[in-house]
Design a protein around this ligand. Structure first.
Ligand code: MN
Ligand code: MN
Length: 363
C-alpha cells in the first residue's frame, strides 16, 4: 500500500505524525508544548515561517529530533524548502546501512544552531523551511521504491518548493532527479569518491548506488556538460571505468587534481562549468576522508577533509540551485555518529546556500 504524507491510513493515523503531535496553528513552533507541528493539508498558509525550537526554552537534547529541530510540515505548498529523509539502501553493492541515515542525521542535526557562523545567514528568516518527513520506501522492492520516492519529491517540485534530501544510498538521487529534471536537464555539482556512472552490476542490474548518474544522463535528467565531480579517487573495477563519463563531457576533478589546483581554483572551475543554469548539488559523504566519515558503505582512503569540504560549499553561493542531497551515511558502521554529524553540518551549509538563492529568486 502506498501512502503519501497527509493521507490517512486505514486506521486514521496521518502518516509519519502521531495524532497528538498535530496542534492548532496559532500555537506555532515555539515553547515546550509546540515541539512538532503538522499543518492540515486544506489550510492555505502562504507566508508562515517556521523556526527551530527555541533552545533557550527547550534544550537541544530534548524534544523530537526532527531535521534542525524544525516542525514537521506535510503540505509542500506551505514550504519554500522541504528537508526530506530517504531511508533507502536497496541500491547498495557492498556494506549496507544508509536506510538508517535519516534518523541519525536528524539526531545529530539537533546540535546545529540557527545562524551560519560566517555569512550570518539564518535560513529560517529567509524561507519557509520544515522537516517534510521521509519518502515512502519498500526495502525489498527496488522498482516500487524508485517510483514512490520519485512521486514524493514530485509533489515538492510541483508545489514550487526546493528539496534538500538526506539519504539513503546514492541511488536515492536518481528518483529525485526524475522529479527535478522532468522538464529539462539540470547541471550537478557532485562531491564523491566515486563517479557513480558504472553501467551495470551483478549480471546486468541497472539500478544500484554505483549507477545513478549513468541512468540520469541516459534519461536526459542531467546535462553531462554541466556536471562536475569533485574528490574522485580510489581503485576502480577497470582501467577504462572513467572513460564513459569523460566521453559524455563530465568534468572529473580527482582528489589529486583537487590538491594540485587548490580549493579556490576548484571552486572557480565548478562555477564555470555550472554557469547560471539550474543546478543540483549531491554530496556523497564518502567524498570525505574515512577519518572524518567512517560510517559509509564504500569508504575510500585519502579524501577531503571536513574543512576542505566546507570551504568548497561556502564557495558555491548564489548559483541557480534547484535541490540538493547528502547521502551514504551508514550508522551501523559509525555508532559514534561523527559521520552523521558531518552530514548534518553539510546539510546546514546546503540549506543556507539554498535559502539565499530561493529567497533571491522570489524577490
Ligand atoms: Mn556516490
Ligand atoms: Mn561514493
Amino acid at each position: 500500500m502506498s501512502i503519501t504524507p497527509g493521507q490517512k491510513t486505514p486506521t486514521g493515523v496521518t502518516q509519519g505524525i502521531h495524532p497528538n503531535e498535530i496542534i492548532p496553528l496559532p500555537q506555532m513552533t515555539r515553547g515546550p508544548n509546540t515541539l512538532v507541528m503538522a499543518v492540515p493539508r486544506n489550510r492555505m498558509m502562504t507566508t508562515q515561517r517556521y523556526e527551530p525550537i527555541d533552545s533557550g526554552v527547550t534544550p537541544r537534547f530534548a524534544g523530537h529530533s526532527t531535521f534542525m529541530r524544525l516542525p514537521v510540515v506535510s503540505d509542500p505548498r506551505q514550504l519554500d524548502i522541504a528537508i526530506v529523509g530517504v531511508p533507502w539502501d536497496g541500491g547498495t553493492t557492498n556494506r549496507p546501512g544508509p536506510r538508517h541515515g535519516p534518523r541519525q542525521v536528524r539526531e545529530m542535526s539537533t546540535l546545529i544552531r540557527r545562524v551560519h557562523s560566517v555569512t550570518k545567514i539564518s535560513p529560517y528568516e529567509l524561507c519557509r523551511i520544515a522537516d517534510f518527513g521521509d519518502a515512502p520506501v519498500n526495502p525489498i522492492d527496488l522498482d516500487r521504491s524508485l517510483e514512490t520516492i520519485r512521486a514524493f519529491f514530485a509533489q515538492i517540485v510541483e508545489a514550487n518548493a526546493v528539496p534538500l534530501a538526506i539519504g539513503g544510498d546514492h541511488l536515492s538521487s536518481l528518483p529525485i532527479l526524475r522529479a527535478i529534471g522532468k522538464k529539462r536537464p539540470v547541471g550537478m555539482i557532485h562531491f564523491d569518491a566515486h563517479s557513480d556512472t558504472v553501467d551495470t552490476y551483478f549480471g546486468g542490474l541497472k539500478y544500484t548506488h554505483g549507477t545513478p548518474f549513468r541512468r540520469a544522463i541516459e534519461e536526459g535528467l542531467l546535462d553531462p556538460k554541466r556536471v562536475v565531480q569533485i574528490g574522485i579517487r580510489g581503485s576502480t573495477y577497470s582501467a577504462d571505468e572513467r572513460d564513459w563519463p569523460l566521453q559524455q563531457g563530465i568534468r572529473i576533478i580527482t582528489i589529486e587534481e583537487f590538491e594540485a589546483l587548490g580549493i579556490d581554483a576548484v571552486n572557480r572551475e565548478a562555477r564555470r562549468i555550472i554557469g547560471d543554469g539550474p543546478t543540483y548539488v549531491s554530496f556523497d559523504i564518502d567524498a570525505l576522508d574515512p577519518a572524518y566519515a567512517p560510517g559509509t558503505g564504500t569508504p575510500e582512503f585519502a579524501g577531503l577533509t571536513s574543512r576542505e569540504a566546507i570551504r568548497m560549499l561556502r564557495g558555491l553561493r548564489n548559483l541557480n540551485l534547484v535541490g540538493a542531497d547528502v547521502v551514504e551515511v551508514s550508522p551501523p558502521f559509525d555508532p559514534s555518529g561523527v559521520t552523521a554529524l558531518a552530514a548534518a553540518n553539510i546539510a546546514f551549509e546546503l540549506l543556507c546556500l539554498l535559502a539565499e538563492v530561493v529567497a533571491n529568486r522570489k524577490t
